[in-house]
Design a protein around this ligand. Structure first.
Ligand code: UD1
Length: 411
C-alpha cells in the first residue's frame, strides 16, 4: 500500500470494470453495525484504508470485526464507549461511530475526526441534533466526550444544511432512541437510502429516505443482517473521467448510471459517447474533447462535490475552456498545482477552478503529490492523458477510497 504510482500516459483506455461497493456507504454501515445485537455481514467490501481504520474502530469498541474473503463480518456488543484515537483522528467518518455507542452505552469518547483537508468540516450539526435528543457533548482540545445520562429520545430536528454525515449520525441515534424522530432538511444522497434500508432490514422503522424529511421510530433493539452496499458512484465517475481524459472505451458494470448522471451528461457535452443500460454504462471518446462551459456541484441529485476534481481533470484535456465551482467545500481543488505541473492551464479563484484550453503541445509527465483523496485520483486521471511518465506521490490519500486504482487502470 501507499507506494508511489508511475503512470505512462498518452495511451487510450479500453476494457470493462466492475464498480465496487461505495466507501461512503460501507463506512456508515460499519458504524451502524454497532447498533445490532446479531452479526452483520457486508458483502463485497473493497480493501480500502478507510475500511481497515473502521474495523480498528469497531474492535476498539469491543466488537469482533474482520474480513472474510471479500466480505466483512461484525459481531458482538460494544463494551467500550471509547474509540481508538489513531483511526478516529485519521478519518472523517469516525464521527459516525459515536451516535451508535451513545445510543447503546450512553457514552462515546473520541477525538475530532480527520480526513481530507478540503475546507472547514465542522461537526456542529451532528452535535446540535444529538443535544436535541438528550446528549451532552464536552469538547476539551481534540477530545470529544458525549454522554446521555437519561438515554436518547426522539426529537424534531431541522438541519440548516443537508449534511450527509449529520443526517447519518442522527439516523443512527434515532434508530435506537426512545420515541419518534423527525429529521427535516436531511441529505438525500443514495448512501442515506442505503443506510436506511440496512437499518430497516435489521428491524428499524425509517420512512422517507431519499427525501428531505426522514421519520424514524426508535426501536428497543436491532438484529443483524447480510447486506450488499450500493455501488460506488464516485469510483464510476473516476473511470468515466479517465476514459474521457485518455480516450478509448470503458464499460462500467454493476452501477446504475443514474447514480452519476450529472458526470455522464457533462462528459457527453464535452464530446464523449455514453451508452446507458440498467446497471452499466459505456463511456467512449475517440475524437476531440470540448470545453464544458460553467458547471457547479450541488447536493444530490446535483453533481457530486467528490466528482468535481475528476471532471476538472477531464476538462484539462479539452480544447475549449471550462470552469467548475464547488459549492460544498472551499478547498476542493488542491489538485490545481499538479494540473499546472502537467502543463495544464488552470486558475483557481475561491471555490471556482477555471480550466483549459489544452495547450497545443498537450500535457506532459510530471512529479505530482496527491493533495487529498479525490484530488489525488484527479491527478492520476490527468496523468493518463499526459505524454511520458508521471510519478504520483502521497498515494496513501488515494488508498483511502480506491482499492488498487493503478491495477484497475493498467488492466
Ligand atoms: C460526506 C462524504 C464526502 C462528501 C460529502 C458531501 C462520507 C464518509 N464522506 O462527507 O465524501 O464529499 O459527504 O457529499 O460519506 N457541515 C457543517 N456542519 C456539520 C457538518 C457539515 O457545517 O456538522 C458542512 C461542511 O462543512 C460542508 C457541508 O456541510 O461544507 C457538507 O458536509 P457533509 O455533507 O457533512 O459531508 P461529510 O458527511 O463530511
Amino acid at each position: 500500500m501507499a507506494g508511489d504510482y508511475i503512470i505512462t500516459g498518452g495511451r487510450p483506455l479500453n476494457g470493462t470494470v466492475w464498480v465496487p461497493a461505495a466507501k461512503n456507504s460501507v463506512l456508515p454501515l460499519l458504524a451502524a453495525s454497532l447498533l445490532c445485537s446479531g452479526p452483520v455481514r457486508l458483502c463485497g467490501v473493497p480493501e480500502l484504508a478507510d475500511v481497515a481504520e473502521s474495523l480498528a474502530l469497531l474492535r476498539s469498541a469491543g466488537c469482533t470485526a474482520e474480513r472474510q474473503g471479500a466480505d466483512v463480518r461484525v459481531d458482538g456488543v460494544p463494551g467500550s464507549g471509547t474509540l481508538a484515537a489513531g483511526p478516529a483522528g485519521r478519518m472523517r467518518a469516525s464521527i459516525l461511530f459515536c451516535a451508535p455507542l451513545l445510543a447503546r452505552l450512553g457514552r462515546a469518547q473520541t477525538v475530532l475526526p480527520g480526513g481530507c483537508r478540503i475546507g472547514a468540516r465542522p461537526i456542529d450539526l451532528h452535535l446540535a441534533g444529538l443535544v436535541q435528543m438528550g446528549a451532552c457533548p464536552q469538547l476539551e482540545g481534540e477530545r470529544l466526550l458525549l454522554t446521555a445520562p437519561a438515554g436518547l429520545h426522539g426529537a424534531d430536528i431541522t438541519l440548516r444544511f443537508p449534511s450527509v454525515g449529520a443526517t447519518e449520525t442522527l439516523l443512527l441515534a434515532a434508530a435506537l432512541a426512545q420515541g419518534e424522530t423527525t429529521l427535516r432538511g436531511a441529505a438525500r444522497e443514495p448512501e442515506i437510502s442505503d443506510l436506511a434500508e440496512f437499518l430497516n432490514r435489521c428491524g428499524g422503522r425509517i420512512e422517507g429516505a431519499g427525501t428531505s424529511t426522514l421519520r424514524i421510530e426508535g426501536r428497543r433493539g436491532l438484529s443483524g443482517c447480510d447486506f450488499s452496499p450500493l455501488p460506488d458512484r464516485i469510483f464510476a465517475s473516476t473511470l468515466a473521467c479517465a476514459a474521457a481524459a485518455a480516450g478509448g472505451r470503458v464499460e462500467l458494470t454493476g452501477c446504475p448510471p443514474a447514480l452519476y448522471a450529472p458526470v455522464l451528461e457533462i462528459l457527453e457535452q464535452m464530446g464523449c459517447t455514453v451508452e446507458r443500460g440498467a446497471d452499466r454504462a459505456e463511456v467512449a471518446r475517440f475524437g476531440r474533447l470540448y470545453g464544458a462551459g460553467r458547471v457547479f456541484t450541488g447536493v444530490y441529485p446535483g453533481l457530486a462535490t467528490d466528482a468535481a476534481p475528476l471532471l476538472a481533470a477531464a476538462m484539462l484535456c479539452a480544447e475549449g475552456e471550462s470552469s467548475i465551482e464547488d459549492v460544498v467545500f472551499e478547498r476542493r481543488f488542491g489538485c490545481a498545482e499538479g494540473f499546472e505541473r502537467l502543463g495544464g492551464r488552470v486558475n483557481r479563484s475561491g471555490r471556482v477552478l477555471s480550466v483549459g484550453p489544452l495547450p497545443e503541445s498537450g500535457l506532459h509527465g510530471a512529479t505530482l503529490t496527491a493533495p487529498d483523496l479525490r484530488g489525488g485520483a484527479a491527478l492520476v486521471v490527468a496523468a493518463l492523458s499526459a505524454r511520458g511518465k508521471s510519478l504520483v506521490e502521497e498515494t496513501r490519500h488515494i488508498d483511502r477510497g480506491y482499492a488498487g486504482l493503478c491495477e484497475v487502470l493498467a488492466s
